[in-house]
Design a protein around this ligand. Sequence first.
Ligand code: FAD
Length: 309
Amino acid sequence: MSSMPEFEYKRPETLKELFDLLPGYESGAAILAGGTDLMPRIKRGLEKPGLVVDIKDIEGLSYVEDKGEKVKIGALTTIFDIRNNTLIKDKYPALHEAATLTASENIQLRGSIGGNILQNTRCLYYNKSEAWRDSFKPCLKNGGDICNAAKGGKRCFSVYRGDLAPALMSLGASVCIVSENGEKETALEDIFTGDGVTPFSLSRDELIKNVIIPSAKMKGGYGKFRMRKAVDYPSVNVAISMDTGGKGRLVVGSVGAKPFMYEFSSLEELKEIPERAYKDVSPINNMSLSPYYRKNMVRVLAEELIRRV
Ligand SMILES: Cc1cc2nc3c(=O)[nH]c(=O)nc-3n(C[C@H](O)[C@H](O)[C@H](O)COP(=O)(O)OP(=O)(O)OC[C@H]3O[C@@H](n4cnc5c(N)ncnc54)[C@H](O)[C@@H]3O)c2cc1C
């Protein structure tokens, strides 16, 4: 088993203190929320920060608030609290179901919505110990210039396997990003680059402060196909949310470096999406299930979810 490498550890109590610390970020600092994605990455040598900045002591980052036209969820709100929140259960079934199916209860108690959104992409040839990875040439995500999963591949095909982002995208969510220069609101889908090496457009001195969802009672649901029911990342996941007029979004995840999003304005249009999604996705051999099987499961899961919701 690999041992934890050394790093400095700080716990700022205000955003100002955080942004005073983050100039060191460029030279290797990392924000820590629940740590359930970051710590395994550090332990495996996938990330080597000199400084880990724990944001759990910063007040005012954990809440679910109904602000009239919008519902705001603080970035440190745990997946467990989201799962048990009655407002979310009532208005946003896709998000409630996604939180319920995320990992296991002990990870839900620790993992935050901000960390869940910003969890890194994964690959069978990359999320391994340093010793295991040393038996291959370094891949694009690991500082090299090849892809070990797709021979001859010139880009990184690592997969984004988060549960909450597809559900949030189906709800038209945005994120409030804060840095020492101020705040900006960005549609959630716009923070994904589609590049497995650098999956998010956030710069290293920016923090997600909260997630913002338009306040409407939505119909919908979430489907997750995974190898082990007790605890596992999605191998394919699908979220659907629609308003009372039948307009909405269907989002497919875990088949690329970012989720695939489809908009619809009627049930007829919604019913055509599983076939479109099946044609659009091209998973490769970088997970324990075959690309052929995962591609087929996109259509199966989406059709099943449409029937259910
Ligand atoms: C055994 C196991 C099973 C898992 N199963 C699943 C699963 O089924 N589904 C799933 O979605 N995930 C799964 N995960 C991944 C992870 O546990 C969750 O995604 C969790 O929600 C991450 O949240 P966190 O607060 O622990 O993030 P952290 O590990 O603290 O952070 C993750 C990343 O986000 C950055 N970050 C965190 N918060 C902020 C912020 N507010 N602003 C800017 N950057 C930030 C960190 O720097 C880091 O890069 C699993 C993990 C393990 C260990």
